[in-house]
Design a protein around this ligand. Sequence first.
Ligand SMILES: Nc1ncnc2c1ncn2[C@@H]1O[C@H](COP(=O)(O)OP(=O)(O)OP(=O)(O)O)[C@@H](O)[C@H]1O
Ligand SMILES: [Mg+2]
Length: 309
Amino acid sequence: MGALVALTDAAVLARVSPQTVRNYIRDGRLKTGMRTPAGRYMVDREEVLAVFRPVRQPRIIVLANQKGGVGKTTTVQELGVILGRDVRTLLIDVDPQANLTKLFGIDREESGSLSIADVMLRRKSLREVWVKIDPPANLWLVPSCLALGLVPIHLGQQFGADFILRDAVQKVRDDFDFIIVDTPPSLDRLTLNALGCANEVIIPIDKGPLGIRGTENMETILEQVRAYNQDLRSVRVLHTKSDNTVASNTTRDLLERRFGPNLLRTAIRSGTKVAEAAYQAQPLQHAFPESHPARDYQELAREVLGGGS
Ligand SMILES: Nc1ncnc2c1ncn2[C@@H]1O[C@H](COP(=O)(O)OP(=O)(O)OP(=O)(O)O)[C@@H](O)[C@H]1O
Ligand SMILES: [Mg+2]
């Protein structure tokens, strides 16, 4: 038997209500369920994951903002590294800058090496292209490369060109609990493909009035995306690079007023360790797990896990 978790944590992992977990224990579908002397249910987390996998829907989260440098890629990497310790997680790099790919120390620039570009050109499946990241134990990455930038030109006005990624993701969705997609700082066809397969969108915003104004285009696009993606359930905003400056505090106030419950509670603090970890070619979680932004990402992962969509 592996690690035991409390019933409420099991419910979060299984993405069902605590009552459902309790029912599974009562009728014997969860065999390791037991009650502590204090009357609390405890269950084996591996068994919970295995038993509930068929009924769980994977969560497909897309990080998007046409403004550059707001922390999209850093957030995808950090969430991937944290979630990938416990649940099966696939990261997809849909940015021709390939920053996420490079942050994991992977290079797909040599001709002939496989990347998301092959998937977008319908030559390969995600499964043929993804690579295992290790650690953590349950993390995979679909790498990108510069040539992805030419794909929209190749696709031209082809019918269905905005749904290529959605079709590819459909084929592997049952293999994962989380699929997290990084997008370029633009609202082009690559970003539209990513938004087309999202259940949830997270828009990171850093300080400054331009950051908030920049979301207006995003909101217009998301309205259009909703017309063809009925699975898009939530759009939330993440305050990144926060610090105690007037600009940052003003941003927080504005974000709270503008987005209300759709503003993620966790803000990611600014810290020099983010860039330092990148120079070491290590995720922040591994290089500086105690730094402020690393701890904020741990909190964000809890919020994302707990909140559902
Ligand atoms: N919390 C943070 N504190 C300090 N620096 C950060 C933080 N988050 C990200 N950065 C730095 O800001 C820069 C941009 O971050 P990142 O690449 O994650 O943004 P992005 O939105 O993906 O950018 P792009 O739009 O170019 O893809 C990087 O140099 C990164 O190291
Ligand atoms: Mg990026």
